[in-house]
Design a protein around this ligand. Structure first.
Ligand code: 5GP
Length: 184
């Protein structure tokens, strides 16, 4: 059956197959790096929810999961404000933390979160993002280091595989660029 959201998508950037293949590679890398560490894998809701549920199943190590929610963006433009909307249940002190995020653009959202979590004294803290937005202007420095990522994507507004526009398109099985007329 044809996906009823398909007409809203200008182009597909990463197909279901491409995502699956990348998950295998990324899972192997993470499994090597986190062997024997029982990491606490943190999901930043809601965008990373689909990515985390797939990536943890490609990690062949014992791990724990927890969920956080922050808010920073409304629609397609930044409000410049980052708030913790839902905090963690688990303690971070002495743990190896892996933050799983959907997409890192300026890094503003994550730099705030990383700062908050560093105060809680983890043993290590790294970021795994599904997408890293390619910066056309080299003078705009990203505010966080992203050690692991799925794809470096073009500087366009993307949806699907967890990423939304006004809460829609998260359930698209691929990642695509939304047609401008959908938000203009
Ligand atoms: P940053 O703080 O790194 O500039 O932006 C990160 C957050 O902005 C992401 O977690 C995501 O919620 C949102 N965001 C940034 N770019 C996009 C995009 O192209 N598509 C969607 N759906 N969300 C985006």
């Amino acid at each position: 059956m044809k996906n009823e959201m398909e007409n809203d998508i200008k182009k597909v950037l990463y197909s279901e197959e491409a995502i699956k293949a990348r998950l295998v590679e990324l899972g192997e890398e993470l499994s090597r790096d986190y062997a024997g560490k029982n990491p606490l894998v943190l999901c930043v809701l809601k965008g990373a929810s689909i990515f985390i549920s797939d990536i943890v199943r490609h990690m062949s190590v014992a791990l724990e999961m927890d969920f956080m929610a922050v808010s920073s963006y409304e629609g397609t433009s930044s409000t410049g404000e980052v708030k913790i909307v839902k905090d963690l249940g688990a303690s971070v002190e002495g743990r190896d933390i892996l933050i799983v995020e959907d997409i890192v653009d300026t890094g503003l959202t994550l730099s705030y979160l990383v700062g908050q979590l560093q105060n809680r004294k983890p043993a290590s803290l790294n970021i795994c993002a599904l997408l890293l937005k390619k910066k056309t202007d080299p003078s705009t420095q990203r505010k966080v280091d992203v050690k692991y990522y799925g794809f470096e994507c073009p500087d366009e507004f993307v949806v699907g595989y967890g990423l939304d526009f006004n809460e829609r398109y998260r359930n698209l099985p691929y990642i695509g660029v939304l047609k401008e007329e959908m938000y203009s």
